[in-house]
Design a protein around this ligand. Structure first.
Ligand code: NZQ
Ligand code: ZN
Length: 390
């Protein structure tokens, strides 16, 4: 068990009627708000109207940055930063999923720099300690961006997708109304659910010191929650219970409550971000394809006990099996969850991806070194895992 610091200042308003508190949270920072949103889903499901009404009746002046892409581009964040500078924006309001919230964080950070260019911060791996305040209204249970320090920004020209981190990027407040995710398409529900699952798995003790039992049990509870409620949310999109369980699981998975004493390897995330960077695929789908192959690749006598434990605790696999056999059953259960329960296609080939860029992608995923975690992965390991996904 390692030493750690826990500090998450995000104030979460969870539930149906909480949006009424939005103006009071925004007004803590000023009257000029930049509303950031995506391709229009918030106009179709009525959230835009609700937010606009609340701002208008509270005397808040609203500016807009619309059209944030899934896998948000740095160029879009830079447009937002330019508006902030020109209009002296006080606070950024992100209404959407992870892409919108991440873009808003990019805007918030870039607005404080002389150049207004978020890519300068991203490419120099700057830890952001100064940014405009961000308030988030979450519409997709997935990334945890509503409560975490990260924003993942893409540069399509260079095929790069990189995390921008910083204490200043944690939203000041997050509004989580499960009803706001009722309108999510089934595919996005599945992808978001697996993203949550993998945020925990990428941080789970798959090898080594597993003495912090409380954190393990919490992690397993969050993964079990996803396994239980994602199928219900897909079958019945307006199930409040299902959406609420997934939404809070999304926040818990990355708000660092589950980090206590663990070592973040993020192997699957490092590998997936290259897939999205090169092929602009949906993050959770890429993770679902990579994760079972990664587990197979790292399975040996040191990782088998923990992988088997995952199978027992999260998927209800029987106890008392020979440990490697048990771990293999656990990996089969993860595959079954991804490709049958969530219905995601199982191979990169089905997404039109071949091995053309695997070598470069593997180098990038290792950031010029290797990926740490239960098994250290070198670029040749990563390339081998990509090949298993074809
Ligand atoms: O463009 P809009 O209109 O917003 O539509 C979106 C988009 O088409 C739609 N959507 C979202 N909420 C909806 C809805 N449609 C109908 N009803 C709703 N209630 O769903 C599509 C996908 O949205 P997006 O925001 O891209 O999905 P997600 O929340 O999964 O975010 C993915 C991005 O977050 C990054 C990913 O890499 C990816 O770029 N991540 C961010 C992390 C972080 N900040 O900590 C960590 C994650 O590991 C992840 O890397
Ligand atoms: Zn993720």
């Amino acid at each position: 068990m390692n030493d750690f610091v826990f500090h998450n200042p995000d104030k979460v308003y969870f539930g149906r009627g909480q949006i009424e508190h939005l103006p009071e949270e925004l007004l803590k920072y000023g009257r000029k708000v930049l509303l950031v949103y995506g391709g229009g889903s918030i106009k179709q499901n009525g959230i835009y109207d609700t937010v606009a009404r609340l701002l208008q009746t509270s005397g808040i002046e609203m500016f807009e940055l619309a059209g944030v892409e899934p896998n948000p581009r740095y160029t879009t964040a830079n447009k937002g930063a330019a508006i902030c500078k020109q209009e002296n924006i006080d606070v950024i309001l992100a209404v959407g999923g992870g892409s919108v919230i991440d873009c808003a964080k990019g805007v918030a950070a870039a607005a404080m720099t002389a150049s207004g260019d978020v890519w300068e911060l991203v490419s120099n791996r700057v830890w952001v300690t100064e940014a405009l305040p961000v308030v988030a209204v979450l519409t997709n249970a997935a990334t945890g961006s509503e409560m975490d320090t990260w924003a993942v920004i893409s540069n399509q020209d260079t095929n790069e997708k990189i995390g921008l981190g910083g204490s200043a990027l944690i939203p000041k407040a997050a509004f989580e109304n499960p009803e706001y995710s009722f309108s999510l398409p089934t595919y996005q529900t599945a992808c978001g659910a697996f993203d949550i699952f993998n945020h925990v798995l990428d941080n789970y003790y798959l090898a080594g010191d597993a003495t912090f039992d409380m954190v393990l049990e919490f992690q397993e509870a969050v993964m079990r929650t996803v396994v239980k409620w994602a199928p219900m949310a897909m079958r019945q999109p307006d199930s409040y219970e299902a959406r609420a369980n997934l939404m809070w699981a999304s926040s818990m998975a990355l708000n660092t409550v589950l980090d206590g004493g663990t070592v973040h390897g993020c192997a699957c995330h490092a590998m997936e971000h290259e897939l999205s960077a090169y092929y602009d695929i949906t993050h959770g789908h890429g993770l679902a394809i990579v994760t079972p192959r990664w587990l197979k690749y790292i399975l040996d006598s040191t990782t088998a006990p923990a992988i088997y434990r995952l199978g027992v605790k999260v998927f209800g696999i029987e106890e008392g099996l020979e440990v490697v056999k048990g771990a293999e059953k656990a990996i089969d259960a993860v595959s079954d969850f991804c490709f049958n329960t969530l219905g995601l296609t199982a191979t990169l080939s089905e997404l039109g991806i071949d091995d053309k860029h695997f070598k470069d992608m593997a180098e990038h995923a290792c950031f010029g070194g290797s990926i740490s975690g239960p098994k250290t992965l070198t670029p040749s390991d990563v390339e081998a895992i990509y090949r298993m996904c074809l």
